[in-house]
Design a protein around this ligand. Structure first.
Ligand code: UGY
Ligand code: MN
Length: 264
């Protein structure tokens, strides 16, 4: 249950209402629990609340947001700009129209990649509310490689690969892995209870992380933080990082990573 929805008796104060905050903002990472990410309303969306979890204002070189679409809401008119986008359905269902592709209905865990300059529109389906996590960033072309085509798929279609030889830890590469046309990866990393990364990673790449399932402990920089499904984390370049799940349930997160491009 979302903390906002915890029933509060008259005269009582909602737990966490005063001062208790799991949110953290540092120069090279941030943790955004969902209850504190405030709402934006934008001209090109109707009946839609946008909650920006990361943006250039934070230090990130991309923007990521939870897009909450009310029944009958969505893009006011097709959107086309110079940005590439990745859309992942968190709840409900959406109708997505991407220029050049037949219209598609995306249910929970459906996803899409929209290349730069390609027009798209999005609406909640069946007269019900939907929530989509959306990431956008300027596309960085690579000499000798064209821009990628749009992709529409769903998590269940993407094979789980074991990249580390470690039992219980899986990777799903939602975008074609190693395809140099792409300047980003969107991966789902899953962890059975008791698994962990063997080393603390410190790398040039940024991350935008959406906790999809479970809970765990994240080392960011020098500090450990408890994270739960629904939390968002921004990790800047060279932020030391390590995760292990806690509890009895598997954990999984959706992870953006900028890749495949040289340093300029
Ligand atoms: O691919 C990655 O960089 C990944 N192992 N990082 C992470 O999960 N924080
Ligand atoms: Mn990493």
């Amino acid at each position: 249950m979302h903390p906002r929805d915890i029933p509060v008796k008259p005269g009582r104060i909602r737990p966490g209402a005063f001062g208790h905050n799991r949110g953290v903002v540092k120069s090279n990472y941030a943790i955004m629990p969902p209850e504190g990410v405030m709402d934006s309303y934008l001209p090109n969306w109707e009946k839609t609340t946008i909650r920006f979890q990361a943006a250039p204002q934070l230090g990130a070189r991309f923007a990521q947001a939870l897009i909450e679409i009310e029944p009958g809401g969505g893009t006011r008119a097709p959107i086309a700009d110079a940005l590439e986008r990745f859309l992942f359905v968190m709840s409900g269902a959406v109708d997505l129209a991407i220029e050049g592709l037949p219209p598609a209905r995306l249910e929970r865990e459906g996803f899409a990649y929209v290349p730069p300059g390609v027009r798209f529109s999005l609406a909640s389906a069946d007269g019900k509310a939907a929530a989509v996590n959306g990431l956008k960033r300027p596309y960085e072309p690579a000499d000798g490689f064209g821009a990628p085509e749009p992709i529409v798929s769903r998590r269940a279609e993407v094979p789980v690969v074991n990249r580390n030889g470690t039992e219980g830890r899986g990777w799903q590469h939602l975008l074609p892995y190693g395809d140099m046309r792409f300047d980003m990866e969107m991966n789902i990393l899953s962890f059975a209870p008791g698994t962990y990364f063997p080393d603390v990673e410190t790398h040039i790449n940024e991350h935008g992380l959406v906790m999809l399932e479970g809970q765990g402990m994240y080392l960011l920089g020098e500090d450990w933080h408890e994270v739960w499904a629904g939390d968002f984390i921004w990790m800047g370049p060279y932020c030391p990082q390590l995760f292990y799940p806690t509890g009895w349930e598997p954990s999984a997160y959706l992870l953006y990573k900028d890749v495949n491009r040289d340093v300029r």
